[in-house]
Design a protein around this ligand. Sequence first.
Ligand code: IGP
Length: 259
Amino acid sequence: MNILDKIIAYKRKEVAGRKAVTSMADLEKSPAFARPVLSLKQFLLDDSKTGIIAEFKRQSPSKGVINGEADVVAVTTAYAQNGASGLSVLTDAGFFGGSTEDLVKARVNQIPILRKDFIIDEYQIVEAKAMGADVILLIAACLTPADVKRLAAFAQSLQLEVLLELHGEEELEHICEETVLVGINNRNLKTFAVDIERSLAMALRIPAGKVKIAESGISSVENIRLFRDHGFRGFLIGENFMKEPNPGLAFEQFVKAIQ
Ligand SMILES: O=P(O)(O)OC[C@@H](O)[C@@H](O)c1c[nH]c2ccccc12
């Protein structure tokens, strides 16, 4: 079984367990559920910002522990104050060491927040909104095109935006009207290999009108330039900052270098 299949099997159990404890109706009572949602699309298209979606990620299956010390409020606040267009917060505990609490705490910031998790069920979308997220992730590699359409339409009905993550060209058919933000993951989720050239080639096949986001393995100013030249408006970056003792400072320095 590859790692993605393992994660999805674990998610099915996790979701069933959570549904048994908290009903959707109870989630909808959370104060965050009623708050106005911020548009990641708008923030990414705002030229006064960097286009960077800065990710808070403590660990990953490919790298193990990336940062065991970082404080979510301190780090995400530094990201937001230094020009991040959005935040991505891992909420998966089992494989990425994240939590609902991390996202709730990151909500002190007034920029869009992506719930970074493996979404396979409407329940997780209601949870995302109840935590204070603005955007959800749908990963083509673990959903059918019909699943994507259904889950994206549901997210839209809650005013949440959807980032559809693609890796291979065979996943282009997952793009639909409801998915305005399209991410291309430079990293293969099954083998962890990073290939930027392949993402650049694939970008040419994303329909006009979609906002393209480059994801994973981004660590240099040259990477950003290359992606910008290929029409990308968003850059999802985690480890490059999180691996530093002071991720916020690393972000600030990176931003100075790309301006
Ligand atoms: O830390 P990196 O290499 O900068 O990557 C960030 C982000 O793209 C990566 O964490 C990611 C992309 N797609 C995912 C899906 C689930 C969990 C994590 C991810």
